[in-house]
Design a protein around this ligand. Structure first.
Ligand code: GUN
Length: 276
């Protein structure tokens, strides 16, 4: 069965739109986009169009690729101190001359819609309330929407990034899954992934997960967005794996729309925390 991220996101966005309509003012997101990377531009436009449909305000701040670090820092600083701004998103990757880590940390964690700030990551790892990174949050929302049981299941995560692999592992653990985290140095990877009841592929390699790596009846979540000959391809070889999986996300229209949906929910949560 296909886990339809597009349809699920549409349904959850409808619920969020209703909640937003009851607020006294519109939640406002400021996106900072440096340079003109086409993939980043397309992600940012997706975020803009979804949040606008939800009745929120999103501004994209287009900065030249040669912008100085101080200019980006000052812009973030001004948003941190502007009560009208509820969320700030610095689109990654940044050009090499800019210190991404320093700039991401300079965002007030109470406006960190991505949930990437050290404080928000710390809150996650201490199992305390905080903003969760949008992709793992969207995956959890998708699993829950389809009523997929997590407790007691063996979840295997391929990839250990700060954005997806590490946080999704902790979120699955907190829902009482038994979690194995694998990565590029893991030996006998297929032996481990074959034990997964829930398999999360977040490595960024096109069609990396093949049918010999997947147990019959597994739930397969494909986080990959790889461009091959102009076409979007996931980290899972969909055609091979789909017949043996119980549930599987397609690429596109799987995890992608859920990430943007979760981002909308994050902005709403930030607004509520700021306005009480
Ligand atoms: N670049 C690709 N995905 C993301 C994301 O979710 N947040 C930010 N800030 N940059 C990204």
């Amino acid at each position: 069965m296909i886990l339809d991220g597009r349809k699920t996101a549409d349904e959850l966005n409808l619920v969020l739109k209703e909640k937003v309509s009851l607020l006294k003012s519109k939640p406002r997101l400021e996106i900072i986009l440096v340079g003109n990377d086409p993939a980043s531009l397309s992600y940012v436009k997706g975020k803009l169009s979804t949040t606008e449909k939800l009745g929120m305000v999103t501004n994209i701040n287009y900065l030249d690729e040669h912008v100085s670090e101080k200019e980006v820092y000052d812009l973030i600083h001004s948003f941190n101190h502007n009560d009208e701004v509820n969320g700030i998103l610095l689109q990654l990757p940044l050009p090499k001359h800019l210190n991404s880590e320093m700039l991401m940390e300079s965002i007030d964690y109470r406006k960190d819609v991505d949930g990437f700030h050290t404080i928000n990551q710390g809150l996650l790892f201490q199992k305390k309330a905080g903003i969760r990174p949008a992709t793992p949050k969207g995956i959890m929302m998708l699993l829950d929407h389809y009523g997929i049981e997590i407790e007691g299941k063996h979840a295997v995560v391929i990839g250990r990034s700060q954005i997806v692999g590490a946080p999704i592992s902790k979120m699955l653990l907190d829902r009482n899954a038994t979690v194995t985290i694998t990565h590029s140095k893991t030996k006998n990877l297929a032996e481990i992934t074959k034990q997964a009841d829930i398999l999360i592929a977040a490595i960024g390699k096109a069609k990396f997960v093949t049918k010999d790596m997947v147990k019959q009846g597994a739930v397969v979540i494909d986080v990959g967005i790889n461009r091959v000959d102009g076409k979007l391809v996931g980290d899972v070889d969909f055609n091979e794996v789909e017949p043996i999986a119980s549930y599987i996300t397609p690429v596109p229209k799987g995890v992608g729309p859920m990430t943007i949906c979760a981002l909308g929910y994050n902005l709403y949560e930030l607004y509520l925390k700021q306005r009480g």
